[in-house]
Design a protein around this ligand. Structure first.
Ligand code: ATP
Length: 464
């Protein structure tokens, strides 16, 4: 068995990944049998495993491996005043223009970026209008190709629900979270009181977010429902800079070391236009096929803004009392916020490889083993030999108790290996005629195709 490393190549374009993800049970379009729903996706049997493995790796790095981080899981619904206080009802906006020919809505900052203009959603409406007027001749409607557009307008991204409204007027809508992190601010005092948390400390949470994105597109990159994995690190005022550098480094290292993402495909991008309270803001970007570099995680130095506004609006004193000096203050916050759909997509694109094994091209998902949806496939060499099948079932039962194993009986053994390579299964165990004699099986490695002989009773240990 040999691979030709020189001939290894990655994914050609995003369409290849989208069709692969559907065909292999990673990601399905949401409500597909009704024609699909813009910006909504479902994770299939293999996708949910990969997603959960990414979450496990994130939770381990941000809760279990840390002395002073606590995990929480706050409710999706929150008092509507939360979104007033945080500023989301007024200023959680994206700049939009409408195409006069087909009424399609375009996001102004993203369209400007596409034609090489440095713009972002935090610029004033006037500035964006000025830039848009200057470069309009280069911009075409994504739907109909026209370049006849209306005025730049702010579009609020918060999605509303009528939960708890029995009047039919919904004057006080219960919003869906525009970002998951608000639940951490609301529970800051509860964590301090219940866990005796002492500053500096962090709170971690994975939660759902919903945004009425003007033009959801680019597959999992811009969706209307997604998950965010957030940490908020609470520090003494002005003690932000050193911790910010530590956090930035840890987050970069997590992508490279824990998710196995190729470092050359990642880059830092600093925000040029900071909101008034922010001290600093950086994004980690991944170089996606077809789309190019796009943000997967934001790392923000937010000063005392969040707890100050919630303290003011709720009337609850959210100041922290220093245990030694008795000093009271509103902590400053350093935030990390990763969109798990985008991280999932980066992991999938990065692992997707075409190489030559034994002279033949194959597709192999070179996922880190801890991320692989299925850890081992058990394969009887031939399906028409009942004694092989029943021995293989015995091995399967043993491994099922240890790990996420799969049993596959269909097609030639070579085809079954390729099928497992394609979905990233690190090992295949083949039961053959020798197994019946000496209880040994072949254990095949996904990346090299190499096979070794192993005893059945040693498999659980070897697979770990
Ligand atoms: P963008 O500029 O791309 O709209 P953002 O700056 O608004 O993103 P944040 O508010 O910082 O994003 O959210 C933190 C993370 O949540 C992002 O780094 C991204 O991974 C993820 N995210 C944000 N919006 C979406 C979306 N519509 N679909 C999927 N993930 C998203």
């Amino acid at each position: 068995m040999s691979t030709d490393a020189g001939k290894e190549r990655g994914v050609d374009n995003m369409d290849e990944i989208i069709s692969f993800a559907k065909r292999k049970g990673f990601v399905f379009p949401g409500s597909e049998i009704y024609g699909g729903m813009a910006g909504i996706y479902d994770f299939g049997p293999l996708g949910v495993e990969l997603l959960n493995n990414i979450k496990k790796a994130w939770w381990k790095a941000n809760v279990y491996d840390k002395r002073n981080y606590y995990g929480i899981d706050s409710a999706i619904f929150k008092d509507p005043r939360v979104w007033e206080a945080s500023g989301h009802t007024k200023s959680f906006n994206d700049p939009m223009v409408e195409c006069r020919s087909c009424n399609a809505r375009l996001r102004v900052d993203k369209e400007l970026e596409k034609v090489g203009v440095n713009a972002d959603e935090k610029m004033s409406e006037d500035k964006l209008q000025e830039l848009f007027d200057e470069y309009k001749h280069k911009i075409k409607c994504v739907k109909c190709g026209s370049n006849d557009f209306g005025k730049v307008r702010a579009f609020n991204l918060l999605a509303q629900s009528n939960l708890g409204d029995f009047t039919g007027t919904n004057e006080n809508p219960a919003y869906l979270p525009g970002e998951a992190c608000q639940g951490i601010y609301l529970n800051f005092k509860n964590v301090v009181d219940s866990m005796h948390a002492q500053i500096p400390f962090g709170v971690a949470q994975i939660g759902k977010a919903f945004r009425n994105e003007i033009s959801p597109r680019n597959f999992l990159f811009r969706t209307r429902e997604f998950e965010q994995a957030d940490t908020q690190f609470f520090v003494k005022p002005h003690e932000n800079e050193k911790e910010y550098e530590r956090i930035k480094k840890e987050r970069w290292d997590w992508y490279v070391n824990e998710l196995g993402i190729n470092e050359n495909k990642l880059r830092w991008k600093r925000h040029d236009n900071l909101v008034f309270y922010a001290k600093d803001a950086w994004d980690i970007e991944y170089d996606f096929p077809s789309y190019g570099f796009g943000e997967i995680e934001g790392i923000h130095d937010r000063s005392d803004y969040d707890l100050t506004v919630h303290s003011r609006a709720s009337g609850v004193d959210l100041r922290y009392t220093d245990q030694e000096t008795g000093e009271k203050y509103i902590p400053w916050i350093l935030e990390t916020s990763a969109g798990l759909g985008r991280v999932f997509l980066a992991v999938l694109c990065d692992a997707y490889t075409k190489d030559i094994l034994d002279g033949k091209e194959r597709t192999v998902l070179k996922l880190k083993k801890n991320l692989a949806p299925i850890k081992v496939a058990v394969l009887p060499l031939l399906k028409n030999k009942p004694e092989l099948v029943s021995k293989a079932e015995e091995v399967f039962d043993l491994l099922l108790r240890e790990t996420n194993a799969i049993f596959d009986i269909s097609g030639s053994i070579g085809k079954r290996y390729r099928k497992q390579d394609e979905i990233g299964t690190p090992h295949c165990v083949t039961v053959d005629f020798d197994t019946l004699k000496d209880n040994s099986v072949t254990l095949r490695d996904r990346d090299t195709g190499e096979q070794i002989r192993a005893h059945i009773e040693d498999l659980p240990k070897m697979l770990k």
